[in-house]
Design a protein around this ligand. Structure first.
Ligand SMILES: *[C@@H]1O[C@H](CO)[C@@H](O)[C@H](O)[C@H]1NC(C)=O
Length: 289
């Protein structure tokens, strides 16, 4: 009896490890889409790398489509002289009235700050850029970049610190992404015509290949397949606080304070305060938020 329950618990523990292992496997969630060998999934699915040289960049996309989610990925950006390079990491639906939630990381000369560029498209319309510096060197180590996308809002976070919030203001006539499933996409490419100091600093190809790395993908999300969406929660922490709590999650007061701190100290561009760009007045969501 005792030995039976012992082996049962060993089996149980093995199963837990098997689940944890398969969840950490990037091969399960992503596929390389372009770059002719420049993108690689390594170490049994623990690590994904994209590279860029003069001939080509590279990219990958998620196998699943998601309709809402709390989506975390750790990225380590191109180190050294990354001027001219752009690492894009975003969610997007398809078609001419697509929705999109964007992170783009604009490289720089060694020691000069990356810019983290964000945008939100709803029904094919973007023009909602906000840009930030970071409070650490994003090339020295992996950091977690997250999108919380639920029916109430979209929150962009870095290492758990919210940097941007886009509220659902449909009631005020602002289209909100909520009907079109999105895939996750990422790519590393050359954009030296605009990326670094507005295109002044060009890519130094003697530094190529440039490499960005990804690991520890985690999605508590609703996976969309054959016309229906099924929501699942994989993390122990969210099951203790109720499965799918992220679906109704909003920033608490500590989160709002952190968001203010980032926006005050690290935001370098905000479309909402760019009056020159919007001579007829800034977009509706800027007047409310
Ligand atoms: C690069 O560094 C320069 C000088 O510090 C800075 O003005 C710029 O915002 C930085 N980032 C990019 C992507 O140009």
């Amino acid at each position: 009896m005792a030995s039976l329950s012992f082996s049962n618990s060993v089996l149980f523990v093995l199963c837990i490890f098997a689940i944890a292992f398969s969840e950490a496997n990037l091969n399960k969630d992503f596929q390389i889409t372009w770059g002719d060998g420049r993108a690689k999934i390594l170490n049994n699915g623990e690590l994904l790398t994209l590279s860029l040289d003069k001939a080509s960049g590279s990219g990958f996309q998620s196998k699943n489509e998601y309709l809402f989610g709390q989506i975390d990925m750790q990225l380590k950006l191109v180190p050294g002289n990354s001027a001219g390079t752009v690492t894009a990491y975003y969610l997007s639906s398809k078609g001419s009235t697509w929705d999109e939630i964007d992170f783009e990381f604009l490289g720089n000369l060694s020691g000069d700050p990356y810019i983290i560029h964000t945008n939100v498209f709803s029904q094919g319309k973007g023009n909602r850029e906000q840009q930030f510096y970071l409070w650490f060197d994003p090339t020295a180590d992996f950091h977690t970049y997250s999108v919380l996308w639920n029916p109430q809002q979209i929150v962009f976070s870095v290492d758990g610190t919210p940097i941007r919030k886009f509220k659902n203001l449909e009631s005020k006539g602002v289209p909100y992404p909520k009907n079109q499933p999105m895939r996750i996409y990422s790519s590393l490419w050359n954009a030296d015509d605009w990326a670094t100091r507005g295109g002044l600093v060009k890519t130094d190809w003697s530094q190529a290949p440039f490499t960005a790395s990804y690991r520890n993908f985690k999605a508590n999300a609703c996976v969309f397949s054959s016309g229906a969406s099924s929501c699942s929660s994989h993390s122990a922490s969210s099951s203790t606080s109720g499965a799918n709590s992220w679906l109704s999650q909003e920033l608490d007061s500590a989160g709002e304070e952190k968001l203010k701190w980032v926006q005050k100290n690290y935001m370098i561009y905000n479309y909402c305060t760019d009056a020159k760009r919007f001579p007829q007045g800034t977009p509706q969501e800027c007047k409310i938020a």
